[in-house]
Ligand binder design. Sequence first.
Ligand SMILES: Nc1ncnc2c1ncn2[C@@H]1O[C@H](COP(=O)(O)OP(=O)(O)OP(=O)(O)O)[C@@H](O)[C@H]1O
Length: 288
Amino acid sequence: MASGTTTMSNDTILKVEHLSMRFGGLMAINDLSLEAKRGEITALIGPNGAGKTTVFNCITGFYKPTMGMITLNQKSGKQFLLERLADFEITKHAKVARTFQNIRLFSGLTVLENLLVAQHNKLMKASGYTILGLLGVGSYKREAAAAIEKARYWLEKADLIDRADDPAGDLSYGAQRRLEIARAMCTEPELLCLDEPAAGLNPKESLALNTLLRGIRDEGTSLLLIEHDMSVVMEISDHVVVLEYGQKISDGTPDHVKNDPKVIAAYLGVEDDEVEEVISEELEGGAR
Ligand SMILES: Nc1ncnc2c1ncn2[C@@H]1O[C@H](COP(=O)(O)OP(=O)(O)OP(=O)(O)O)[C@@H](O)[C@H]1O
């Protein structure tokens, strides 16, 4: 166990403790603690500016938190303090992969090539970083075949196998999103972090995304997502954490948070004790 890590049950994959992030005079995250369970889809939601992206950026190493501890607990029991690692170490050693709000594919490469590029480091290692290795001597050939097999596996899962040889840039927006997720899965992450995966998708693409994400969870990878689309959050999440002004205001099952007056108040932009009044006014307005 790395020094400074906490005791954690094996079914917890991520533990965020007393996380704070200050930007100048603004406390964007204020003493936030949360947990994500292994093999679950955890959603981080909250009104605009609540701090979701900031938490995400702290977990994935884009920001160094002002205070707090972020522990990633791998299946093997190996633990990593993410706030102490550089972003590439978080991907490579802690096995945390992420996708971004804006799609980042190699649009001129084929769909299959995009998934092979994701496995580049592993392939180069197998080549022994030598010309002979690259020419097919030793383990490189075996690893190259395994990389293609893995790519094809995730293309099947993402319903993109028929597009394997098309340029990634020719895919529809929803298909590009699924390709990005398939590419992240080729790095064999223990935790996959998705930043607004459903943004800009039409209802059909959204359903295909839900199927892919559930499939990933059912194969044992844990997911953490920021999402504004409540139909996606309520449909696929096992666990929802709600932020407002950088603090946690609710935490539980989708049904629990959906009915939590604090959450309703945050989304309506009113005080907790005004929720019932506002809802009955809305209902009366709708009935008129
Ligand atoms: N790099 C930064 N420098 C200064 N302030 C920042 C920075 N990043 C975020 N903030 C501020 O921190 C607060 C939280 O922002 P954040 O983007 O994390 O919220 P969010 O919940 O992801 O919002 P949205 O749903 O609109 O994406 C906001 O007030 C934002 O302006």
